[in-house]
Design a protein around this ligand. Structure first.
Ligand code: NAD
Length: 355
């Protein structure tokens, strides 16, 4: 194990657990012990056998059919079986099925990285991953030390009932490919797995006329918003392949990748986010067979430090941006929580290459 250099890492909790733990949704269905019992009727078995991929444990209708089978209610003789089984009703009572849907969203024991996680949408999503059960979530960001808001969030996670997650901080510039790869490899060494990547680091510049947009500034925006997203996704993907524990990569694009913000001279930002959309599709196609999913998220206007740079100076923009949205308002950072956890979890296991 190569320890993460202390100056890079702010960790308040014990990091002793380094054992690679097998991946698996903690679905509450202990009564089924074999595949045969799961596929309970001949016709259903035949139907399912045509499909190569089964859930790790029965969920949904498959679980219902398996439950019927194990209680003797399935198949042509189910009526007589039911009456004969009155003696077993006590047993069935004990084995009452439990809902699995929220377990399918659980990130129990998983490890993730979130670039741009020092504040804003990145920090909000990092917290959500912790709440969903992750073992450790590493926030990658520029400052040598994390913000006060980040430290408060870390303390909040530490004190959270029923949550055993670590929120960690790693200082790294996402535009430096080798540094990002090395830092994330160190996280892999330390944790023994990598499951989730949220590439959220991004910048937005002042209005700049497209016809005279300076090359240096254009490259700077693409360097962070496009190249930095690629380097972060690469770094996480390398560790996912290394540990073979599948994975979900979430690239934070923007509505600006698909539409143009009229009256805003943001050619670099819009272009950089368009590239991220295609990057997600492209990486999804390359990595699908390795069981690594890649999706993008395109938030609308959300009030963060990035948008505050505009909204605080030009308050009239709040009404304008709100009116551009079907809901008549701008978003809150916490409104990214659900979708982020869904994409990170097995609840979205057949979703890749989507925006
Ligand atoms: N806020 C919105 O309305 C909105 C809408 C659509 C998309 N987005 C995207 O969401 C992401 C997060 O934005 P936000 O609103 O939270 O902004 P933010 O400015 O609050 O957060 C961005 C974070 O990225 C970090 N960062 C910038 N350059 C970096 C670098 N080179 N290396 C490492 N970290 C770096 C910053 O330090 C900051 O912590 C961005 O990619 C942004 O483009 C935001």
């Amino acid at each position: 194990m190569i320890p993460v250099p202390h100056r890079m890492l702010v960790s308040m909790k014990s990091t002793a657990r380094l054992t690679v733990v097998g991946r698996g949704v903690p679905v509450a269905a202990p009564m089924y012990t074999s595949h045969e019992r799961f596929i309970s009727s001949t016709s259903r078995r035949k139907r399912l056998e045509r499909f190569p991929v089964q859930p790790p444990t029965p969920v949904g209708v498959s679980a219902a059919v398996a439950a019927a089978s194990s209680s003797g209610l399935a198949g042509p003789d189910s009526h007589s079986a039911a009456s004969e089984k009155s003696q077993g009703s006590l047993e069935n009572e004990k084995a009452k099925p439990k809902p699995t849907i929220f377990d399918e969203f659980a990130l129990t024991d998983r490890v993730g990285i979130v670039s741009g996680g020092n504040r804003g949408l990145g920090l909000e999503m990092a917290l959500a991953l912790c709440e969903a059960g992750a073992r450790a979530v590493y926030c990658l960001d520029l400052p040598a030390e994390p913000s006060a808001e980040w430290r408060q969030t870390q303390a909040y996670v530490e004190g959270m009932e029923g949550v055993d997650a670590r929120l960690e901080y790693v200082s790294v510039d996402v535009t430096k490919q080798e540094d990002v790869w090395a830092r994330v490899a160190e996280i892999g060494d330390r944790e023994g797995r990598m499951d989730v990547c949220v590439a959220a680091a991004g910048i937005l510049k002042e209005h700049t006329d497209c016809l005279s947009y300076p090359a240096k500034q254009f490259k700077e925006v693409l360097d962070v918003n496009t190249c930095g997203v690629l380097y972060t996704a690469q770094a996480a993907g390398q560790q996912m392949v290394r540990f073979g524990n599948k994975g979900s990569i979430i690239l934070i694009a923007s509505m600006s990748g698909s539409i143009t913000n009229r009256d805003h001279a943001w050619v670099s930002y819009n272009s950089s986010k368009s590239a991220v959309l295609q990057m997600a599709r492209s990486m999804a196609c390359e990595l699908g067979k390795k069981d690594i999913r890649v999706n993008s998220l395109s938030p609308g206007h959300i009030y963060t430090s990035m948008t505050a740079a505009y909204l605080d100076k030009q308050p009239h923009l709040l009404e304008k941006w709100s009116n551009l949205n079907p809901m008549g308002r701008i978003g809150r950072p916490d409104e990214m929580r659900g979708v982020c956890v869904w994409l990170a979890s097995d609840a979205s296991s057949f979703c890749t290459g989507s925006e």
